[in-house]
Design a protein around this ligand. Structure first.
Ligand code: CO
Length: 154
Protein backbone atom coordinates (compact mmCIF):
# COMPACT_ATOMS: atom_id res chain seq x y z
CA UNK A 1 0.00 0.00 0.00
CA UNK A 2 1.50 3.29 -1.09
CA UNK A 3 0.96 6.04 1.39
CA UNK A 4 1.87 9.58 0.50
CA UNK A 5 1.30 13.06 1.78
CA UNK A 6 -1.51 14.98 0.23
CA UNK A 7 -3.79 17.70 1.35
CA UNK A 8 -6.31 15.31 2.76
CA UNK A 9 -6.15 11.56 2.10
CA UNK A 10 -2.95 9.83 3.23
CA UNK A 11 -3.72 6.32 2.00
CA UNK A 12 -6.38 3.66 2.03
CA UNK A 13 -6.66 2.69 5.69
CA UNK A 14 -8.93 -0.28 5.16
CA UNK A 15 -11.61 -1.85 3.06
CA UNK A 16 -14.74 -3.00 4.86
CA UNK A 17 -16.25 -6.31 3.84
CA UNK A 18 -19.71 -7.40 4.95
CA UNK A 19 -19.91 -11.02 6.08
CA UNK A 20 -22.57 -13.26 7.58
CA UNK A 21 -20.25 -15.21 9.87
CA UNK A 22 -17.33 -13.31 11.36
CA UNK A 23 -15.44 -16.33 12.76
CA UNK A 24 -15.73 -18.22 9.50
CA UNK A 25 -14.43 -15.32 7.39
CA UNK A 26 -11.61 -14.51 9.84
CA UNK A 27 -10.51 -18.13 9.53
CA UNK A 28 -10.61 -17.82 5.73
CA UNK A 29 -8.48 -14.65 5.60
CA UNK A 30 -5.95 -16.03 8.08
CA UNK A 31 -5.63 -19.45 6.40
CA UNK A 32 -5.77 -18.24 2.79
CA UNK A 33 -3.98 -14.90 2.80
CA UNK A 34 -1.91 -15.18 5.96
CA UNK A 35 -3.35 -12.03 7.51
CA UNK A 36 -3.44 -11.63 11.25
CA UNK A 37 -6.20 -10.27 13.44
CA UNK A 38 -5.11 -7.12 15.25
CA UNK A 39 -8.40 -6.18 16.85
CA UNK A 40 -11.90 -7.43 17.37
CA UNK A 41 -14.83 -5.43 18.63
CA UNK A 42 -18.57 -5.27 18.98
CA UNK A 43 -20.32 -1.93 18.61
CA UNK A 44 -23.85 -2.61 19.85
CA UNK A 45 -24.96 0.96 19.15
CA UNK A 46 -24.13 0.44 15.47
CA UNK A 47 -25.16 -3.23 15.32
CA UNK A 48 -21.73 -4.45 14.23
CA UNK A 49 -19.29 -7.20 15.15
CA UNK A 50 -15.98 -6.42 13.49
CA UNK A 51 -12.41 -7.57 13.12
CA UNK A 52 -9.38 -5.75 11.70
CA UNK A 53 -6.81 -7.88 9.88
CA UNK A 54 -3.53 -6.21 9.07
CA UNK A 55 -1.94 -6.08 5.64
CA UNK A 56 1.62 -4.83 6.08
CA UNK A 57 2.97 -2.83 7.87
CA UNK A 58 5.59 -1.24 5.64
CA UNK A 59 9.06 -1.81 7.05
CA UNK A 60 12.42 -0.22 6.42
CA UNK A 61 14.66 -3.31 6.45
CA UNK A 62 17.81 -1.20 6.87
CA UNK A 63 16.59 0.46 10.01
CA UNK A 64 14.42 -2.49 11.03
CA UNK A 65 11.70 0.05 11.61
CA UNK A 66 8.07 0.37 10.71
CA UNK A 67 7.67 3.28 8.33
CA UNK A 68 3.94 3.54 8.29
CA UNK A 69 1.07 1.77 9.88
CA UNK A 70 -0.29 -1.05 7.78
CA UNK A 71 -3.55 -1.11 6.00
CA UNK A 72 -6.37 -3.39 6.96
CA UNK A 73 -9.21 -5.58 5.90
CA UNK A 74 -12.17 -4.90 8.18
CA UNK A 75 -14.71 -7.69 8.34
CA UNK A 76 -18.13 -6.51 9.52
CA UNK A 77 -21.00 -8.76 10.57
CA UNK A 78 -24.41 -7.71 11.88
CA UNK A 79 -25.31 -8.16 15.55
CA UNK A 80 -28.92 -8.53 14.39
CA UNK A 81 -30.79 -8.63 11.07
CA UNK A 82 -32.31 -5.16 11.43
CA UNK A 83 -29.01 -3.27 11.54
CA UNK A 84 -27.24 -1.33 8.78
CA UNK A 85 -24.93 -4.25 7.94
CA UNK A 86 -27.82 -6.72 8.27
CA UNK A 87 -29.88 -4.74 5.78
CA UNK A 88 -26.87 -4.42 3.49
CA UNK A 89 -26.45 -8.21 3.49
CA UNK A 90 -30.16 -8.61 2.76
CA UNK A 91 -30.03 -6.29 -0.21
CA UNK A 92 -26.65 -7.07 -1.69
CA UNK A 93 -25.25 -10.15 -0.05
CA UNK A 94 -21.74 -10.46 1.37
CA UNK A 95 -18.91 -8.47 -0.23
CA UNK A 96 -17.31 -5.06 -0.38
CA UNK A 97 -19.10 -2.74 2.03
CA UNK A 98 -17.03 0.44 2.38
CA UNK A 99 -13.66 2.08 1.75
CA UNK A 100 -11.84 3.83 4.60
CA UNK A 101 -9.31 6.57 3.81
CA UNK A 102 -6.73 7.59 6.39
CA UNK A 103 -6.57 11.32 7.01
CA UNK A 104 -4.27 13.42 9.16
CA UNK A 105 -7.03 15.62 10.58
CA UNK A 106 -10.54 14.21 10.44
CA UNK A 107 -12.32 17.40 11.53
CA UNK A 108 -10.58 19.35 8.77
CA UNK A 109 -11.25 16.62 6.18
CA UNK A 110 -14.95 16.48 7.12
CA UNK A 111 -15.22 20.23 6.73
CA UNK A 112 -13.52 20.14 3.33
CA UNK A 113 -15.72 17.39 1.88
CA UNK A 114 -18.89 18.98 3.27
CA UNK A 115 -17.82 22.21 1.63
CA UNK A 116 -17.50 20.31 -1.64
CA UNK A 117 -21.07 19.08 -1.40
CA UNK A 118 -20.70 15.60 0.08
CA UNK A 119 -23.24 14.81 2.78
CA UNK A 120 -21.94 13.36 6.02
CA UNK A 121 -23.60 10.44 7.76
CA UNK A 122 -21.59 11.40 10.84
CA UNK A 123 -21.58 15.16 11.31
CA UNK A 124 -18.57 14.80 13.56
CA UNK A 125 -16.00 12.09 14.20
CA UNK A 126 -16.80 9.21 16.53
CA UNK A 127 -14.80 6.37 18.06
CA UNK A 128 -13.79 3.54 15.74
CA UNK A 129 -11.52 0.50 15.95
CA UNK A 130 -8.13 0.66 17.64
CA UNK A 131 -8.67 4.10 19.11
CA UNK A 132 -9.19 5.75 15.73
CA UNK A 133 -11.61 8.58 15.05
CA UNK A 134 -13.92 7.80 12.16
CA UNK A 135 -16.79 9.32 10.19
CA UNK A 136 -18.87 8.07 7.27
CA UNK A 137 -19.84 9.98 4.14
CA UNK A 138 -23.07 9.41 2.26
CA UNK A 139 -22.65 6.80 -0.49
CA UNK A 140 -25.10 8.62 -2.78
CA UNK A 141 -22.66 11.52 -2.94
CA UNK A 142 -19.66 9.26 -3.60
CA UNK A 143 -20.86 7.32 -6.62
CA UNK A 144 -22.54 4.61 -4.57
CA UNK A 145 -19.52 3.90 -2.37
CA UNK A 146 -19.95 4.10 1.38
CA UNK A 147 -16.85 6.08 2.33
CA UNK A 148 -15.22 6.36 5.72
CA UNK A 149 -12.60 8.80 6.96
CA UNK A 150 -10.16 7.47 9.56
CA UNK A 151 -7.77 9.40 11.75
CA UNK A 152 -5.53 6.85 13.40
CA UNK A 153 -4.85 6.96 17.13
CA UNK A 154 -1.55 8.61 17.98
CO1 CO B 1 -14.50 0.77 8.46
Amino acid sequence: MLCHDSEMFLCIDHVGIAVHDLDEQIAFYVATFGLSVVSRDTHLDHGVHEAMLEVGPQRDPAADAVLLGGSYVQLVAPTHADSPVGRFLDRRGPGLHHVGYRVADIAAALAVVADRGVRRIDERARHGSMGASIAFLHPNDVGGVLTELVQAAR
